[in-house]
Structures are given as C-alpha cells and as structure tokens.
Design a protein around this ligand. Structure first.
Ligand SMILES: Nc1nc2c(ncn2[C@@H]2O[C@H](COP(=O)(O)OP(=O)(O)OP(=O)(O)O)[C@@H](O)[C@H]2O)c(=O)[nH]1
Ligand SMILES: [Mg+2]
Length: 320
C-alpha cells in the first residue's frame, strides 16, 4: 500500500536536496574565496523549485492523487520553500518537513468516533452501508459488527441487498460466524422494507446497533440512486457510510461526491488498500469530497481493518 506515492515523494525529496546541496557547494566556494568565511547557507529561489515541483505534480497524478489535491500540495510546498534560507547538509531535512506539512494539510479532518456514537443516542443506532458494486460493503459491515460486538454492543444485520444473487446468503454466512441475527426478505423484495423490519426487530429486542447492507450501485444508475434515496427516507439512518475500493483511483472522488449529493454521507471506508500499489486515493478523498475517512480495509479477514490515522499515513508515505 502507498508504494508508488511513497516512491514519488521520496524521489522528489532526493532530487531537490541534491540539486540544492550542489548549489550550496558552488556558492560556498565563492563565498569562502571572497570573505574567507563559511556561511554555508543558501536562499531557495522560485526558479530552483519550479521544475522539480512540476515533476512532483505529475508524479502525484500518476499515483492517483486527484488533480486539485496535487496542485494544492505543490502550491503549499512552493510557498513554504521559496525564500527559505537553508544550511548546508540540512536541505533534505527541511524539504521533508515541508512535504510533511503539505500532506498533513490534505489529511487533517474531523473524524467522528463511530464506536462511541451509539452511546450518544437512543437505541438502536442505525448505520447504512452504501457504494459501488463489489467495493466491500458486506465484508466491511461484518468487520464493523465484529468491532461493535468486541466492545460489548449488540448488533443486528439487515440483509437489504435483495438484488444480487447470493447476497442474502453472504450476509447470513457472516452473521453465523459472528453470532448475529439477520433480518431478511426474499430476493426482489423492497430493500427499504427489509431495513424497516430490521429496525423494528432491534427496537423490540433492545439491540444497540442495526447494520444495513445495500446492493452495489454505480452513481450513474438513476433508478438505483432513487432506490437508495427511498431506503434513506424509510430507514432514517443515523450514519451513512460510503464503502469504496482504493484501487478505483480518482473515480472514487466523483463517486463520493455524487452519493453525498444524493443522500448525504457521514464517512468513508476505503477498502482493498492492501491491493493498492499507488496510494493516492487515500490522500485525495478528504479534501476533494469533504467527507471524513473512518477506516481502511486491508484484507478479507474481520481483523483486516485499520482506523484512519493521519500519522500512520504520513509515516507510510515518508518512510519514517
Ligand atoms: N483484499 C481485500 N479484499 C477485500 C477487502 N474488503 C472486501 N474485500 C473482498 O472484496 C470482495 C467483495 O466484497 P463484498 O463485501 O462482497 O463487496 P460488496 O460491496 O458487498 O459487493 P456487492 O454487494 O456485490 O456490491 C470479497 O471477496 C471480499 O472478501 C479488503 O479490504 N481487502
Ligand atoms: Mg454486498
């Protein structure tokens, strides 16, 4: 995960540092000749950064970073570096710090604490999982159920993907492993009605959290987007999570924006980061869609989920 992005950032830092240190050597020799003293400092000029930053911008785009986000990162780095005075041997450290700040700007977010949210509301807390086909909605719903169960909460599944073949059985298989009750109808049933029943079950049995699955839908499919609006109107979820696969690259930013416009979103879970050699998607979503990332999916097992943490991503990207 993050391999390409990490590689591109590191080669930018190396290229920039080498170039500036070379310049320092030249200016040092001149200065020592004239003054006989070694100041060992150089001021970074605009013309010094332009070509390396153009290269960085292209690299970021290649690593799946969204256009606006790549431009913003480059602008931030440029305005922080130009005019800075740097000592010999400290260029790499300085540029790394600036890159870190630029990435931090893109990653900082107000992240709701999903696990404690049910405590702040009357039971049951209703969570709806939405997103494109095959992104990992059902698997992620099971992972989140496992986390809630381990924290002492009771959970019920709404098998409200009554569209895709074997979707109900898939939800049932997870439920059996986790010891969770599933509310289901037959295939072709109205998913909003399944959610409604699951919520009523939770109410009458004092269940803490209702986890509602949905069929995969592309943001361009008008009927399925309308169906999703109906599910939201009927189920009135407390929290709507978009599940998207990070390997979808830049397309995911548009998907998040369209789903957000249609029904509102409270968070994103980015799956399959373990299969994503580029890594730019994680960097793009927060700023480009203004929806917080809650977790990353990093495998198929229930434990293969990592809570979003800026420091974790920065340390991965900068190889710290
Ligand atoms: N490697 C990896 N595989 C994942 C991850 N999350 C889900 N998967 C796998 O991706 C495949 C699709 O997952 P599902 O949970 O069925 O996806 P879905 O969004 O519910 O799919 P539909 O209901 O058909 O739209 C399954 O084989 C999952 O095991 C992840 O984080 N990493
Ligand atoms: Mg599914």
């Amino acid at each position: 995960m993050f391999n390409l992005l990490k590689e591109k950032i590191s080669s930018f830092v190396d290229a920039f540092s080498k170039k500036e240190e070379e310049k320092l050597k030249v200016s040092l020799s001149l200065e020592s000749k004239v003054k006989g003293a070694i100041l060992g400092e150089i001021e970074i000029k605009e013309k010094d950064v332009d070509d390396v930053l153009e290269e960085l911008e292209l690299s970021l785009l290649e690593a799946d970073v969204a256009f606006d986000v790549a431009s913003e990162v480059v602008r931030f780095i440029k305005s922080s570096l130009v005019g800075k005075r740097v000592k010999s041997g400290e260029v790499e450290k300085t540029v790394k710090e600036v890159v870190r700040e630029a990435l931090w700007e893109q990653l900082k977010q107000e992240k709701p604490d999903l696990l404690s949210l049910p405590d702040s509301k009357e039971k049951p807390f209703k969570i709806l999982f939405l997103g494109p086909n095959g992104a990992g909605k059902t698997t992620t719903m099971a992972k989140i159920a496992d986390i809630f169960i381990k924290s002492g909460k009771t959970v019920v599944f709404s098998a409200s993907d009554s569209y895709r073949a074997a979707a109900i059985e898939q939800a049932e298989a997870h439920a059996e492993k986790l010891g969770v009750k599933v509310i289901k109808h037959s295939y072709g049933a109205d998913p909003a009605a399944v959610c409604f029943d699951a919520i009523n079950y939770a109410k009458s049995h004092g269940i803490d959290v209702v986890l509602m699955d949905t069929a995969g839908r592309q943001e361009t499919n008008r009927n399925l987007m309308d169906e999703m609006r109906k599910i939201v109107r009927v189920a009135k979820p407390d929290f709507k999570i978009f599940v998207g696969e990070s390997i979808a690259g830049n397309a995911i930013v548009e998907q998040v924006k369209t789903f957000k416009e249609a029904v509102g979103l409270d968070g994103v879970i980015l799956t399959k980061l373990d299969c994503d050699a580029k890594g730019g998607t994680a960097l793009s979503i927060i700023k480009a869609s203004k929806v917080p990332i809650l977790f990353f999916g990093v495998g198929q097992g229930y434990d293969d989920i990592i809570e979003f943490d800026e420091e974790f991503i920065l340390s991965q990207l900068l190889g710290e």
